[in-house]
Design a binder for this molecule. Structure first.
Ligand SMILES: [Zn+2]
Length: 293
């Protein structure tokens, strides 16, 4: 990684560790936040010139890793459903093309698929690819992330902060309404961009930057480093200073069995049809099939 690119990544990671949410610009370029706008959803989100300066509540972007069934349950108060959802997203398509140029769109009776590219950092030798399926009928969205790099091809981004069992992106916690179906797809892609950047940071520097939610003790033991934020979400402390010793003192065999039973055997993998679409940009699977599984 070029020194300037690495410096930017390091700086954004430090921001995340200070619970400051970065900015996302067109092409999914993530930059350090240059103001203290950390928490609020900007009023300016409908203003084209400013809309991408704040991409979500911090709180909402930190949670993750829920069993698929729970994380995709429909919202209580979805403002758009069915036809109105379709009309709302039809309207946003031109804007998506400006924010994430080259986005490929497939329309199905039951919803919409998008394949978008995020450059993440200036000078980065790879890009993040997001395949997003939005079901109008179910008022749900799934996204998957992949790295695309010239020599290496395409590689799934995971397993951390993806859902069980299908490896879809878990960039925020559903219940706090960081993003709900009916909200801007650009905002969703921005949240995914920051999620991918955190994965890049994990690869480069060996730790997940910023707060995270990992509620199962056994999963925390498997995944968290001592100097990462604890996944309990309670203390704002590092794992090594917070839950680690308690997690270690528990009955680990029982915890492992519980984890395996409740989290799809602990395995995560994107569906073959999703991988195929990302590889060759062929027609994505029917959304109904996906949501019935
Ligand atoms: Zn803790």
């Amino acid at each position: 990684m070029a020194p300037m690119t690495e410096r930017a990544l390091r700086e954004i990671g430090s921001d995340l560790d200070r619970q400051t949410f970065p900015r996302v610009k067109d092409r999914g370029i993530v930059t350090p936040s240059d103001t203290a706008v950390t928490i609020t959803l900007g009023e300016e989100k409908h203003d084209v010139s400013q809309r991408r300066s704040t991409t979500g509540s911090w709180k909402g972007t930190t949670r993750g890793e829920r069993p698929a069934g729970r994380s995709w349950s429909p919202r209580r108060t979805t403002p758009f459903v069915g036809a109105s959802l379709e009309a709302r997203y039809e309207e946003e398509l031109d804007e998506i093309e400006r924010a994430y140029p080259g986005t490929k769109v497939w329309k199905q009776k039951e919803g919409l698929w998008l394949l978008s590219k995020s450059s993440l950092l200036e000078g980065l030798q790879r890009a993040a690819i997001f395949l997003v399926g939005i079901s109008y009928a179910h008022a749900m969205a799934h996204g998957w992330g992949f790295w695309k790099q010239d020599m290496i091809g395409v590689r799934w981004i995971g397993p951390r902060h993806t859902n069980f069992p299908d490896g879809s992106i878990c960039a925020f916690y559903q219940d706090d309404e960081t993003w709900i179906v009916g909200d801007s797809i650009i905002k969703l892609l921005d949240l995914y961009s920051v999620w991918a950047l955190r994965h890049l940071y994990l690869e480069e520097f060996g730790r997940w930057p910023g707060p995270q939610a990992v509620f199962h003790p056994y999963e925390r033991l498997l995944e968290l480093r001592d100097d990462e934020y604890c996944g309990c979400g309670q203390s704002g402390q590092q794992y090594g200073m917070c839950c680690r010793d308690r997690d270690l003192a528990r009955n680990r065999i029982a915890d492992a069995v519980n984890f395996t039973l409740n989290f799809a055997g602990g395995l995560r993998e994107p569906p073959a049809a999703v991988v195929r679409t990302v590889y060759d940009q062929s027609k994505p699977p029917r959304l109904d099939e996906l949501y019935l599984n």
